[in-house]
Design a protein around this ligand. Structure first.
Ligand SMILES: [Zn+2]
Length: 262
């Protein structure tokens, strides 16, 4: 079994524009058309049973529509995560609705949502997410679309981790995209999940990746791809090729995700 903990899909009527926009007119390659059916085709071709579909509210007005879309696409194979915008004043009602509808988590992206991960203004929101038991996936590290931006820096993610002990946190992209030396030094070994999306093609060396996963608990790693921005099939094959025992591999491929989502 395989669970991809980091994917994206968009409603059919906006998928084409969304992929075009986010790929910066094709500069960043995409491997599906961004629709839900495109994602399902990719999953079928890659032996992926379940995908977690992450959504990001880039404006406060999108939050409610995103929850509606999550409820529409939720299925045995699709586990959608909602989003909340830091400027949503009614965040208490929104969290209650996300939880009440049975959704499992929330995605937050410091760059696309314009906040510093460890800004005090976020604390009431983290407090509430933590109390609700919802999972929060943070974009962590650098972002291909925001060069030299430090709002999701590994140190900031670490501060949140240390301040909100009960928060179920996932730091995307093996703890911090293109910040992997810092991840190895500061974040690896802490009680935080890493999804391993967007890492295989970008990390400085296979050795550094193995150093990180050796220092980090095999219980805190999640298979993830960032589809459509990566090829699920290629990423699935990469995980199979990693130098680790069967049990650790199964934990990454699905066991940790099942436990976290249950
Ligand atoms: Zn992503």
């Amino acid at each position: 079994m395989r669970i991809d903990f980091h994917t994206h899909a968009f409603p059919d009527n906006i998928a084409c524009d969304a992929v075009k926009d986010l790929s910066q007119d094709g500069k960043i390659p995409s491997f599906s058309d961004g629709t839900l059916s495109g994602l399902m085709r990719s999953m079928d071709a890659s032996g992926i049973d379940i995908s977690v579909v992450l959504n990001i509210a880039t404006k406060p007005s999108q939050t409610r529509n995103i929850i509606d879309w999550c409820l529409k696409i939720k299925s045995d194979r699709i586990i959608p995560f909602a989003s909340i915008h830091p400027s949503n004043r009614d965040y208490k009602d929104i969290i209650a609705r996300i939880k009440g509808e049975g959704l499992k988590g929330i995605k937050l992206h410091p760059m696309y949502q314009d906040f510093e991960a460890d800004d005090e203004k976020m604390f009431p929101l983290y407090e509430l997410i933590s109390a609700s038991g919802l999972i929060v996936v943070f974009h962590s590290g650098k972002d291909i679309a925001f060069p030299d931006d430090d709002r999701a820096d590994v140190g900031r993610i670490l501060s949140v981790r240390e301040k909100f002990r009960e928060l179920k946190m996932v730091a995307a992209h093996t703890g911090g995209w293109r910040s992997w030396k810092e991840v190895y030094e500061k974040l690896a070994g802490k009680d935080i999940y890493f999804d391993i999306s967007m890492t295989s093609g970008y990390i400085e060396s296979a050795e550094l990746f193995h150093d990180i996963i050796r220092k980090h608990s095999p219980d805190r790693l999640l298979f993830g791809t960032d589809s459509p921005w990566a090829d699920q099939k290629k990423e699935a094959a990469w995980v199979e090729s990693l130098d680790m025992d069967r049990e650790a591999k199964d934990k990454i491929k699905f066991k940790n995700a099942l436990e976290l989502l249950s």
